[in-house]
Write a protein that binds this ligand. Sequence first.
Ligand code: HEC
Ligand code: HEC
Length: 420
Amino acid sequence: MSIRLVTVWIIFSCALSLFGCSEDEPSEMTVASEKKDDIFTAREWSVIQSLSPLPETPPPNPTNRVADDPEAAQLGQMFFFDARFSKDGTVACATCHSPFHGFADVEATSLGAGRGTRNAPTLLNAAYNEWQFWDGRADTLWSQALSALEGETEQAGTRLQYAHLIHQHYAVDYETVFGELPELADTTRFPSDGKPGDATFNSMSEIDQHAVNIVFANIGKAIEAYERLLVSRDAPFDRYVAGDTEAISPEAKRGLKTFIGKGVCILCHDTPTFTDNEFHNLGVPQGTLPEDIGRYAGISMLLGDPFNGGGIYSDDPTVATRILNFLEPIQQHQGEFKTPTLRNVALTAPYFHTGELPTLESVIEFNNVGGTGGNFAGQRERTLEPLGLSEEEKSELVEFLETLTGELPPAHLLTKPNLP
Ligand code: HEC
Ligand code: HEC
């Protein structure tokens, strides 16, 4: 071999060994001795270790000063299950994010005040997400909750309605956590219903509008404090990585090998939450759903959201502003959607942002054939080639994904508390 060819071969074999096809280099012998199971090379094992454990607590969120306040969390849990937080008193967060379905929805697209056009993701470990929603149009959990509370297909109520609900039923608890409520008893200054765009809200003084916005933001911040407790760890996969070689089956281990190797899943599902926190266009067809440009629209909505992490309702806009300043709605983001977590994925069928794929088998087959064509916005990522997986490899991948089901949060967080 010429020197050039040798170099190419070394690069190529290194690339292969990352994906599990080649021998270890002798220099890795020391690392190799730390290996827990013979099926993996030392290099593969170090990739696997980058997927576990999930840190015990989500990263801090300085934009919400009560993010880790237990009293705020208790209040947030009540809000989460309280259907009075909706236009007609019938829809709560828990309607679409049921604790009995991994905090996701069994329906492809959810029915709230209206029928939405996307699948409801799990809230387990959502506090670890860098972005919320399939298009990342929220940068914090608290601002995400505000979209749902006023969203036409979700709860469809208004911030004035909710401020009065707090005043009538939650005043003491609210004031303990957040301080004094505005003079909501004065319904001339604070009409019973309305949001920006409505005559009732628009006719209020700016100071009173701001006061209502603060109450609204605080409702979201309490909900976030609750959601931050919805942590799910210690899946069989984690026990395996921690050294229990029996924690997952031989089939699941081979599935894991495919996950980090031939299946190249690790390219995007590459952290302890199994997401790169990025957006990709997999070419998921919209079927009968309307066109969806995903992240492209999500960036503009996020930048225009007065409740984003860099805005005046944020408790610490510095870091969030720095991140927001990097975002630009460029064409390349057309049709991109967030890489979802794969933890607890076996609990949260159906799949993809459309909710069109009924099973994990069907998702893997979609990846295996390299997309199915059909109508979708933008360009499918060019790196996504057909994978050529055998039937056995596909079912082993499913077995592996099933080992990502973790412990549920403590029981008292899974049920509707008594509401005032
Ligand atoms: C009518 C059903 C419905 C209701 C009610 C609802 N959601 Fe959702 N939720 C969804 C759907 C659908 C999505 C995905 C929408 C999107 O990405 O555009 C979603 C997304 C989310 C996300 C983002 C998760 C992620 O991984 O991106 C969070 C967090 C969330 N909802 C929390 C809540 C909270 C808190 C409430 C109550 C204030 C709530 N939801 C009410 C259906 C609902
Ligand atoms: C290029 C990045 C990328 C690669 C490679 C990739 N995924 Fe994904 N994955 C995504 C994105 C993005 C979505 C959401 C797509 C959408 O809904 O439009 C997704 C969705 C999923 C879902 C559905 C989860 C849910 O809650 O709806 C599963 C399961 C999944 N991927 C598993 C895999 C497996 C297994 C592999 C390897 C065979 C793989 N992925 C390879 C980025 C990737």
